[in-house]
Ligand binder design. Structure first.
Ligand code: ADP
Ligand code: MG
Length: 375
């Protein structure tokens, strides 16, 4: 009876607690919050200064008295207090935005998507954090499951589905069948590792020290995993057309890859320097990281029962997560695995959309939750 009363005033909330981004879904409203998973706090007092995008802006620029924390570094809860502060902050914000009763009175139901590598102890910890943040009930579901549900895949069918979610700190690879995760792997290599690879490459190759934020910008702007090739007919037609007009244009086309100018500090002089980077260089820098992701995909495929592998060969790999937006990544996976790839249309929201669907359907929630219910 009280439960029903509470639910009249509360917003049921779905949370994608990602390593790079936190997204919040409110039942009946959709996505209301998209913020970086970063918390800035005073080093000594641990007092929170900023949460989300505000805090991300401070990364790499803080004085010694302030630290910025990614609470979910590498897919594990690196800082429990910061994670709890973040959950509690957003539950509060959602209620303010909704202009309803304060959290303490309204007591929302909360579904949280967590990386599958989070340990049992940490799961309990997140669950408790949600309850202490004011949730009436808190449920945890695994991110690959949430992502698959978000992508409208029928997870209960006796068909193997492979999902690869390349986030910021982790790449979650899972094969789902009959409503459960059959094989999975959580690799601590994803988007942020790509940024670090660019930093590393530029330092070695050009003697320039650049920040990871700058590297991320470069990756998004000109990063690619695969050299684009047109199909032969398109190419011959274009070449013919161009060479007729200007015979040197074929050569020019070969060098038409994208470029970006970056600023950093010269390793020798210590002074600011700017540099022009090409798409080819970034592809070279990213290659080792992508090779590891591909290897993990192969590992999971090899561990899968043959019947499921067959299904995956037919239906393809579902690719999602912010990192999957790297240009040509789908082509690279197809080339290396010989398995078709289906790209999510909105890869950064698959998990949170999944939590939203689960909020609407209690039966589904009960079937896919890994932790949850009343205390
Ligand atoms: P998480 O679920 O771990 O929070 P997300 O799914 O939000 O991660 O993805 C964040 C990652 O996606 C970041 O590393 C970011 O740099 C990367 N990313 C975002 N857009 C692009 C893009 N266009 N190309 C390549 N990487 C991208
Ligand atoms: Mg994610």
């Amino acid at each position: 009876m009280f439960d029903r009363l509470f639910s009249l005033f509360s917003h049921d909330i779905g949370i994608d607690l990602g390593t790079a981004n936190t997204l919040i879904w409110v039942k009946g409203k959709g996505i209301v919050i998209r913020e970086a998973s970063v918390v800035a706090m005073h080093k000594k007092t641990k007092k929170t200064i900023a949460i989300g995008n505000e805090a991300k802006k401070m990364v790499g620029k803080t004085p010694p008295s302030i630290i910025t924390i990614s609470p979910l570094k590498g897919g594990v809860i690196a800082d429990f207090d910061a994670t709890a502060a973040m959950i509690s902050h957003y539950i509060g914000v959602v209620h303010e935005v909704g202009n309803v009763l304060p959290v303490a009175w309204s007591r929302p139901r909360v579904v949280i998507g967590i990386p599958s590598s989070v340990t049992e102890v940490e799961r309990r910890a997140v669950w408790e954090a949600a309850l202490s943040a004011g949730a009436r009930e808190a449920f945890l579901i695994e991110e690959p499951m949430a992502a698959a549900i978000g992508e409208n895949v029928s997870v209960f069918a006796p068909t193997g589905i492979m999902i690869v979610d390349i986030g910021g700190g982790t790449t979650e690879i899972a094969i789902i069948s009959l409503g459960g995760i059959v094989v999975s792997k959580s690799l601590r290599i994803a988007g942020q590792e790509m940024d670090r690879a660019i930093v590393h490459y530029v330092r070695l190759r050009h003697g320039l020290i650049m920040g990871e934020r700058t590297a991320e910008d470069v990756k998004i702007k000109i990063g690619s995993a695969f050299q684009k090739t047109e199909n032969r007919r398109q190419k011959t037609e274009r070449d013919k057309e161009k060479t007729e007009k200007d015979p040197s244009s074929v050569i020019r086309h070969l060098s038409s890859e994208k470029m970006a100018v970056v600023r950093g500090r010269d390793i020798e002089t210590g002074l600011p320097k700017s540099l022009r980077l090409t798409e080819v260089e970034i592809r070279e820098a990213l290659a080792p990281v992508l090779a590891e992701i591909l290897e993990a995909i192969s590992d999971v495929l090899q561990e899968a029962p043959p019947e499921l592998t067959n299904d995956i060969l037919t239906h393809g790999i579902l690719l999602t997560g912010g990192g999957s937006q790297l240009s040509g990544l789908d082509q690279l996976i197809v080339e290396r695995t010989r398995i078709p790839v289906v790209l999510s249309e909105d890869p950064m929201t698959s998990v949170v959309r999944g939590t939203g669907k689960v909020l609407e359907d209690n039966q589904l929630l009960q079937r896919v939750k890994v932790v949850g219910g009343l205390k």
